[in-house]
Design a protein around this ligand. Structure first.
Ligand SMILES: Cc1cc2nc3c(=O)[nH]c(=O)nc-3n(C[C@H](O)[C@H](O)[C@H](O)COP(=O)(O)OP(=O)(O)OC[C@H]3O[C@@H](n4cnc5c(N)ncnc54)[C@H](O)[C@@H]3O)c2cc1C
Length: 386
C-alpha cells in the first residue's frame, strides 16, 4: 500500500479523462490519472469520431460545441496528424419534401448563429457531392465545418502529452471509494491505497453516475446503447458524413425504446461505417439483430449500392446520457472538491477538449472562457426538490 498525492486526481482514461489530465497539467497542476482498465477501455473505443456542428440545436451545447471546435482546430492544431483530424464535411439529407422545409428552417437558424451551411435544394445538388446517393431523396444541407478524428489515437496521444507534463497514469486501478473529510472530497481509495488530492474529477463516462454514487450522490448519467456496422472495404465512394434529418430528432429524444436513423460515412481505408441506433437498455452488451438490421435497411435508403456489400463486423458502445441532454461540468455543490465531466452523450469526442480546457481553467482558479452554469452537476437535485 502506498499513499500518493496530487493537485487533481482524474478518474477514467477515456477521451474525457485524457483531455482533462492534459489541460490540467498544462495549467501547471500535478495530476494523477486513474483507470480501472486500460486506456480507452470504455466508450471512447466503441464510437465514431465525428466532431459535428450540424446536429446541434440552439443553446448552451451549441456554444460549447463551437468552443470545442476552436480548441481542436487552434489550440491543438499541431497534433492534428496524431489523431487523423480530417475536415470531411457533413450532409444532412431530407428523405421527403416535408423534411426539406424543416431542413431549410434549421439551416437558416444555424446560419444566424455563425455555422457555415449551404442548402442543396434538390437531389441533383446532393448527387454532385455524393454521386451514389439515392435519387429518390429530396434535398440536403452541406456543413463544410463538420470534421472527424480517430478517438482511440486521440485518447492515447492526449495521455502521452499529459505524461510529458508530469501526469502519473495508474492503469488497472479501480476507484472504490471517494474519500471525504469535513464535507469535502479529498481523494480516492483504490486497492493500492489512498490518493489525496485537492480536487477529484469524475470522468467515468457512462459509469459517472456509479462513481458519484460512491459518495451517496445522485448523478443521472445513464448508458444509451448504440451500434455501428462496418462494411467490407471498397474504393472510396462516399466522401462526407451523410445522415438523415431524422437523426437530429433522435439525438434530442428522451425515448428509451430503440430508435434508428441512418448515418453513413466512408473511411480512408475503404470500409463504410453505418450508424446509428439509440436505446436505453442498461449496460446490456448483447448483440441486437433488430438494431443492426434496422441500421442496414436505413443506410440502404440513403445509398442503395450498400445493399451489395458484406458486413465485416459490428460493435456497440454506451453513450453517457443525461435526461436533459446537457453535459454535467464543474464542481458538485453538494460535495465541494468533487468535479464532474460527463453526460456528453453522443458528442463526447467532439466536446472533450473544450470541456477539459474550461475545467482546467476553473480548477486552477481562473474564470472559465464560458459560463458553466447551464451544466451544473447538481441541477437535477434542485429539480427533484422543486
Ligand atoms: C455508437 C456510438 C457512436 C458515437 N459516435 C460519436 C461521434 O461520432 N462523435 C462524438 O463526439 N461522440 C460519439 N459518441 C459518444 C462518445 O463515444 C462518448 O461521449 C465519449 O467516448 C465519452 O468519453 P468518456 O471519456 O467520458 O467515457 P469513456 O470513454 O467511457 O471513459 C470512461 C472511463 O472511466 C473508467 N472508469 C469507470 N469507472 C471507474 C472507476 N470506478 N475507477 C476507475 N476508472 C473507471 C472506464 O473504464 C472508462 O475507461 C458515440 C458513442 C457511441 C456509443
Amino acid at each position: 500500500m502506498r499513499s500518493r498525492s496530487a493537485d487533481v486526481v482524474v478518474i477514467g482514461a477515456g477521451i474525457m479523462g485524457a483531455a482533462t489530465a492534459y489541460f490540467a497539467a498544462a495549467a501547471g497542476l500535478r495530476v494523477i490519472l486513474v483507470e480501472r482498465g486500460g486506456i480507452a477501455a470504455g466508450t471512447s473505443s466503441r464510437c465514431e469520431g465525428n466532431l459535428l456542428v450540424s446536429d446541434k440545436e440552439l443553446g448552451p451545447e451549441l456554444e460549447l460545441t463551437l468552443y470545442s471546435q476552436r480548441v481542436w482546430r487552434e489550440d491543438l492544431a499541431e497534433h492534428a496528424d496524431a489523431w487523423e483530424f480530417e475536415t470531411k464535411g457533413g450532409i444532412i439529407v431530407a428523405e421527403d419534401p416535408e423534411t426539406t422545409v424543416v431542413l431549410e428552417k434549421l439551416a437558416a437558424h444555424q446560419r444566424s448563429l455563425g455555422i457555415e451551411v449551404e442548402l442543396l435544394g434538390d437531389i441533383d445538388a446532393v448527387r454532385e457531392l455524393e454521386p451514389y446517393a439515392n435519387p429518390a431523396l429530396s434535398s440536403g444541407a452541406f456543413y463544410p465545418g463538420d470534421a472527424q478524428i480517430q478517438p482511440i489515437l486521440a485518447t492515447h496521444h492526449l495521455i502521452r502529452l499529459a505524461r510529458g507534463l508530469g501526469t502519473e497514469l495508474l492503469l488497472r486501478t479501480p476507484v472504490e471509494e471517494l474519500v471525504t473529510r469535513g464535507g469535502r472530497a479529498v481523494g480516492v481509495r483504490t486497492p493500492d491505497g489512498v490518493i489525496s488530492a485537492g480536487a477529484v474529477v469524475n470522468c467515468a463516462g457512462p459509469w459517472a453516475g456509479e462513481v458519484a454514487g460512491l459518495a451517496g450522490l445522485d448523478l443521472p448519467v445513464m448508458p444509451r446503447r448504440g451500434f455501428v456496422l462496418v462494411t467490407e472495404p471498397v474504393p472510396v465512394t462516399i466522401h462526407h458524413k451523410v445522415y438523415s434529418a431524422g437523426y437530429v430528432g433522435d439525438v434530442a429524444s428522451a425515448d428509451a425504446v430503440l430508435q434508428v436513423s441512418p448515418v453513413v460515412e466512408g473511411t480512408p481505408s475503404g470500409t463504410v461505417l453505418l450508424g446509428s441506433s439509440r436505446e436505453r437498455v442498461g449496460f446490456d452488451t448483447s448483440f441486437s439483430q433488430e438494431a443492426v438490421a434496422r441500421i442496414a435497411q436505413a443506410a440502404v435508403r440513403l445509398f442503395p449500392a450498400l445493399a451489395d456489400l458484406a458486413l465485416l463486423r459490428t460493435y456497440s458502445g454506451f453513450r453517457p446520457y443525461c435526461p436533459d441532454h446537457l453535459p454535467v461540468i464543474g464542481e458538485d455543490a453538494r460535495l465541494p472538491g468533487l468535479w464532474h465531466a460527463g453526460g456528453q452523450e453522443g458528442a463526447g469526442i467532439g466536446l472533450s477538449v473544450g470541456i477539459a480546457k474550461l475545467l482546467a481553467q476553473a480548477l486552477s482558479g481562473a474564470a472559465p472562457d464560458m459560463d458553466l452554469a447551464p451544466f451544473r452537476p447538481d441541477r437535477f437535485a434542485e429539480r427533484l426538490a422543486a
